[in-house]
Design a protein around this ligand. Sequence first.
Ligand code: PLP
Length: 408
Amino acid sequence: MTYKKFRNEFEFAVNSVREEGRYRIFRDIRRKSGSFPHATWFRADSEKDIVVWCSNDYLGMGQNECVIEAVKSAVDSAGTGSGGTRNISGTTRYHVQLEKELADLHNKDRSLVMTSGYVANEATLGVMSKILPGLVILSDEKNHASMISGIQRARCKKIIFNHNDLTDLEIKLKSLPLKTPKIIAFESVYSMDADIAPIKEICDLADKYNALTYIDEVHAVGMYGQTGGGVCEELGLSNRIDIIQGTLAKAYGMVGGYIAADEVIIDAVRSMASGFIFTTSIPPSTAAGALRSVKILKVTPEKRVKHQERAEALKDRFRLAGYDFIDGKTHIVPIMVGDPVKCQAISDRLIEKFGIYAQPINFPTVPRGTERLRFTPSPFHDDVMMDNLMIALDSVWKEFGLDKKKVA
Ligand SMILES: *Cc1c(COP(=O)(O)O)cnc(C)c1O
């Protein structure tokens, strides 16, 4: 137990997080299948029924009966784990079919499924400099931690451009020789700020300055576009993006991530990316559930319409009540708090007194001073739940003497 000699260091690390008011408390919950978004919260000495307001299972597909059936039936036919890496017996019929479906979803030749969306970003961006010697990656300043990690792994030149700022991006592209290989890495829907990148304009700049485009559509796949192919599908831009990255863990309600691209790109990543090669493939049942989920969401645009309608309904209520929230064009509705301690306290009170679960979002997920409560209404969050939320927020704001317009 050598660690005991370093016990102080570990304690110091935890204490510094605690002192900043951003010590993380994981809520122990069990979701109730069939009554999304209801769940049970397990406390030390009691249980409480709650409504989850912060899930990324945006459309409740994690409890869709057909998806559940697909998972069960795959377990019955193929067992639990895949039994290997993709190269060593871990490529099953389920993986192959899922990859075909995802390629079709994004109108690309092929796709490549990985263990998570995080891994897909890290592994793919991380290997790009091996494939493209002299590569420069231009990265939006608000990119997700997984992209940042991938770019660090690539150990190539990295240039950060201001969030969604085309002028800044162009200045930075212009500063590089035209023939230098470049990748512009960005997201479609930014999940903490509820805004959307100017995708077409970024593609125009990419054409002009000879750059590849890499887009993270994690918070858009399943939810935007006629068949759930993301914002790129909605805007008819899929064919202008070189690599589209997505997840199976949010709107599709399973776990796993992927990229979709032309044949030669997928072949190169498949052959060289460590995070793809040296890890066991996702369970067949997970691939089967994801496949079913993707297929369902392809043909049920009404779920997307309802999702947007519910998000608007919540924004209407926040607007009317005068909360300081991000009034964006997406399904994500964050109320700004701006202080980690208050953010945690509000969240605690909401769940303890009202059974409303909204996790505080603190640093390092968002910059310090921009702490927020992020609400993700689904098609299953009805008017009654929304009215209850408004009553609860009003009560907590009054109890804490907070100003709706500016909390911190
Ligand atoms: C959640 C998230 C990921 C990671 O996806 P997982 O499948 O959860 O690993 C990647 N990018 C963004 C923008 C995310 O929000």
